[in-house]
Design a binder for this molecule. Sequence first.
Ligand code: FES
Length: 361
Amino acid sequence: MKVPYHKKGYKGKQIHSSASLFEPKNNHMKHSNIALLLMICPKAISAFLQAPQASVSHARPLASSLQMAADEFAFKVTSAAEKFSGSPVNVDMNTYNLNLEEAADEWTATLVAASATKPDGVYLEPRSNALVFCDLETFTIKRKTGEGLGIELLELAGGRNDGVGITVVSGFVEGGVSESVGLIPGDSIIKMAVVAGQFLEKDIAEINLECCNWDKTVELIGSLPAVNTNDETERLQVTVKRLRKKPRVRVTVQQEDDTTKTLQLFAGENLRRAMLVQGVKLDDKLAKAYKDGDGMGDCGSDGSCGLCTVAVTEGIELLNEPESDERKLLKGKDKYRLSCRSIVGYGMKEGSIKVTLNPDK
Ligand code: FES
């Protein structure tokens, strides 16, 4: 079920006001003012985001190797990009980032009932699931005594008494500790953790910020423990949800009757299956078998019958590498591929591919 909300644009403009969940009557001005304040006076925000400082006077430096390990350790969160593509990601996924304005239009809060995989709650998701996906990124920040996080936050939706809302990063204080860690405007912080140890394995404190309004976000960040100057390994790990467009692959199919058909696919799709679903007539026994409903060819799509062969005349580098059984079957025909074994945009690559059907007929 979608949670309706009142959304404030990052220019302080009302974009959408569909219901009362995010819009108690007496809170309009407060949140408009926050959005405005964030645009006009970003430094004020870093002051809000400054955690209380520890009163420790005997800082004890650790071995430099320990410090390096902590600095270089990357907190691993399974990438949604990997799940989406079904393969390792071979491109810089930042190529597909949405900018702040696009992200502000896309973020929405969804009320989810409890399931086997996650508890009930309000989760942040993109509106256009067909074109955009939500990725996870985690960044490690070295906190400094006397310095705030230097992150500017913008409330897109709020006004509720229970703290539910949508808050995103909108900028950074120049020279601040967060400026160059990899966060970008449009990210929404869903978790912060204070961690320590050689491999940042010690979880000292953790807060969940998913779908919090600006006030709740700032309140929770302020509740994190002060910088421990006795522990040089201590870091802040910031996990964000980031919106990225799904990489697309344009496939031009040269058919046997010399006509062409153009298909718009997403990276990660199986070429043969996509062609059949979009009405390309492979005119072989396998296509018939697919239409009969089992989704498989005579050979079970295991790369042995060869009846789904195509010649790839452009963009072969956008396909996965053939495995040994496919190489054997198509020996000496470098540009040929079994479409049942071909994944377009493998590794989340975007681009264009041209194929010719039944090339040896
Ligand atoms: S369906 Fe048999 S090789 Fe592709």
